[in-house]
Design a protein around this ligand. Structure first.
Ligand code: FMN
Length: 334
């Protein structure tokens, strides 16, 4: 396996990338994943039309800091003209890559003809991609798709070929149909079929939850890069784990105390980067705290308590209490 891949002019380590996740993978999250080994990160999706009408959230969503690179800003939209204009605006933030979302299943996005609705209109999807490519100059444009709209209309390989012809520099494939939303199993075979259909790099995505499933995704699909979404919830370490496994190096999973230390580091970063007061910014941090505590004895009860956190000091105290609970359980077991 080669160590790096190239998307246009951008080199990316061939380990694992962080998937775009609106409402989750914000700057603090991306920085944590980067610190623990993510090879590449993508912004939360941003509306192309919203950018053109100078939506107040543009700067917050599109800013790319050097620590996050290589990073893509992801746009969604179904109108080629708006897409081209939006790309020109986004270029001011100097993203390494511009990614177009053609996989989002939510009715609010699909209802405008964007996201996975474009899987039903390959001609329009190509026109949107062409407009982005033309506006992007030498910044590569990639597209993230699903396997198809529904089980009877699986068309990812055909769609990927058309997008490659429209100038896409890589295709990311989530192996579920739009109708599946996020349930059922992601299909690796469709990712393999896309890899066989195009010559640009293919990014495989769906249900990678640890180093072993990442290696399996590479093996089964022949994809050029693996992208991880939900498997990184409360677990930025997944990127170190996949990197170690792929490089044949030993990997020691973090002890609980280390996990709690990293959780608090993540919360501090959320508070530092937020423009809100501590109490409101803590609302953002709550779900992350709950995720870091997943999978342990008494997690359910502690998760509930995470959703009541309103200060950093409370988070610190809760982490200490959680550690004590697990340690006392260990002692009782001996
Ligand atoms: C909360 C959440 C938000 C998401 N937001 C986006 C998004 O903004 N753009 C996008 O292309 N995909 C988005 N996705 C889809 C993920 O990028 C990914 O394709 C999907 O979760 C499957 O990968 P996984 O099984 O590793 O989570 C989102 C998924 C989740 C769970």
């Amino acid at each position: 396996m080669t160590d790096t891949i190239k998307i246009g002019k951008v080199s990316i380590a061939r380990t694992a990338a962080l998937a775009p996740m609106a409402g989750v993978a914000d700057r603090a999250y991306r920085l944590m994943c980067k610190k623990y080994g993510a090879a590449y990160v993508v912004s939360e999706m941003v509306s192309a039309k919203g950018i053109c009408y100078s939506d107040r959230k543009t700067a917050e969503l599109c800013t790319v800091t050097d620590e996050e690179r290589p990073m893509a800003v992801q746009l969604f939209g179904s109108e080629p003209d708006f897409m081209g204009e939006a790309v020109k605006i986004v270029l001011e933030y100097r993203p390494d890559i511009i990614d177009i979302n053609m996989g989002c299943p939510v009715p609010k996005v699909v209802g405008t003809g964007a996201g996975s609705a474009l899987m039903k209109d390959i001609k329009l999807a190509s026109a949107v991609t062409e407009a982005a490519v033309k506006a992007a100059g030498d910044t590569p444009v990639t597209v993230k798709i699903r396997s198809g709209w529904s089980a009877d209309t699986i068309n990812a390989p055909e769609m990927a070929k058309a997008l490659e012809a429209a100038g896409a520099a890589a295709i990311a494939v989530h192996g579920r149909t739009r109708d599946m939303f996020y349930s059922g199993q992601s299909d690796s075979n469709i990712i393999k079929a896309v890899k066989e259909a195009v010559s640009v790099p293919v990014i495989g995505n769906g249900d990678v939850t640890d180093g072993a499933s990442c290696a399996e995704m590479y093996r089964q699909t022949g994809c050029d890069l693996v992208m991880i979404g939900r498997g990184s919830y409360g677990n930025p370490f997944i990127f170190r784990e996949t990197e170690s496994l792929l490089r044949g190096e030993a990997y020691e999973p973090p002890e609980l105390r280390e996990k709690m230390r990293v959780m608090l580091e993540h919360i501090r970063l959320i508070l530092e980067l937020s423009e809100k007061c501590e109490e409101l910014a803590m609302h953002e941090a709550r779900k992350h705290a709950a995720w870091y505590m997943n999978g342990y004895y008494g997690s359910a009860k502690f998760r509930g308590r995470c959703y009541q956190l309103s200060s950093y000091a409370e988070a610190e105290a809760l982490a200490e209490e959680f550690i004590e609970l697990q340690e006392s359980r260990e002692i009782n077991r001996l």
